[in-house]
Design a protein around this ligand. Structure first.
Ligand SMILES: [Zn+2]
Length: 265
C-alpha cells in the first residue's frame, strides 16, 4: 500500500512538472508568434528584439536592461546586503528541455531558494549562456549559468549569475551533460534529479544590481546577484556541451544609465 502511495504521488509530481513545462512552452510560443528571436546580426538578432513583438519593447527602450559590464572599482561596498544564503533542496527533481540555444532545467515548487531583502524567491530554472553575458572587470567568461528564482506568486524574479572559467570539472554541470546526451534531440524533455545543495554558493562574494531578463520580453525589475569569483569548468566539459549547442547565446551588454552596482564581500 505504501509503495502504491509513493508511486502515485511520484506520478502526480511528474505529470504536474510536465504540465508546467507545457504551459511555459505554449505561453512562450503564443507570445512570440512567428517572430522568433535569435542571436544573429540579422533581423531577428538582439539589436532588433524590441521591434519583433509589441510585448518585447523593453528590449529596445528599457533603461534597466541586462547584462552589464561590472567593474569592481565602480561597485559600492554594501554590508547591509547581507550574506548570500541559499536553502536549495537535496535531489530536487526537474524536467529538462532543449531549446534552440539552451538547455533549461525547470524545478518544481519544493526546490528551495534564496532570501533577498526579506523576500523569499524559489528556484525555478537553471540555464546556460555561452559565452558569459555579464563582463567582469573586462573579462567575458566562456560560460555563465543563470539560476532563475521567482516569488511564490510568480510576480517577482531574482537571478543568480554564476560565471565559469576554465579549470577543474564542475560536478553539477557533469550531471547536466549526462542528461543532455540522453535527451538526444532538441525539444525533448526528460525528468531526473539534481542535488542543488552541491553548488555551495552560500557566503560567496557577489555584486547586486537591478536589471532585466536577458531574453525577450526583457522584463525589468529583476534582482541580479552576480558571483564575484568564477567557478570552473573543464575545456572538455564545455566542448561536450557545444556539440549540442553550436550557436552562442549571449546578449550584448547594456547601458547602466546611472544604476548603482552594489558589492558584498
Ligand atoms: Zn539567462
Amino acid at each position: 500500500m505504501e509503495r502504491f502511495g509513493f508511486h502515485s504521488s511520484f506520478l502526480a509530481l511528474t505529470l504536474g512538472l510536465f504540465f508546467m513545462i507545457y504551459l511555459q512552452y505554449s505561453t512562450s510560443c503564443k507570445d512570440s508568434g512567428l517572430q522568433l528571436f535569435n542571436y544573429s546580426n540579422g533581423p531577428n538578432g538582439p539589436s532588433h528584439w524590441g521591434d519583433l513583438n509589441e510585448t518585447w519593447r523593453l528590449c529596445k527602450v528599457g533603461m534597466n536592461q541586462s547584462p552589464i559590464n561590472i567593474s569592481s572599482l565602480e561597485a559600492i561596498n554594501d554590508d547591509s546586503l547581507g550574506r548570500l544564503r541559499t536553502n536549495y533542496s537535496r535531489n530536487q527533481p526537474f524536467l529538462a528541455s532543449l531549446g534552440p540555444f539552451n538547455v533549461a532545467l525547470n524545478f518544481g515548487p519544493d526546490a528551495g531558494g534564496i532570501m533577498v531583502n526579506s523576500t523569499e524567491y524559489i528556484l525555478n530554472q537553471y540555464h546556460t549562456h555561452i559565452p558569459s553575458e555579464h563582463i567582469l572587470n573586462g573579462t567575458r567568461f566562456p560560460l555563465e549559468i543563470h539560476l532563475v528564482h521567482r516569488t511564490s506568486d510568480g510576480s517577482r524574479i531574482a537571478v543568480i549569475s554564476l560565471p565559469y572559467t576554465y579549470g577543474k570539472r564542475d560536478h553539477i554541470f557533469e550531471q547536466v551533460l549526462d542528461m543532455i546526451s540522453s535527451l538526444k534531440e532538441k525539444g525533448g524533455t526528460l525528468g531526473s534529479s539534481l542535488n542543488m545543495t552541491d553548488l555551495k554558493i552560500s557566503g560567496k562574494a557577489y555584486y547586486r544590481y537591478s536589471g532585466s531578463l536577458t531574453t525577450p520580453p526583457c522584463t525589468e525589475g529583476v534582482v541580479w546577484t552576480v558571483l564575484k569569483e568564477p567557478r570552473t569548468i573543464s575545456p572538455e566539459q564545455l566542448s561536450r556541451y557545444q556539440i549540442a549547442f553550436t550557436e552562442n547565446n549571449a546578449r550584448f551588454t547594456q547601458e547602466l544609465n546611472g544604476r548603482p552596482i552594489l558589492y558584498h564581500g
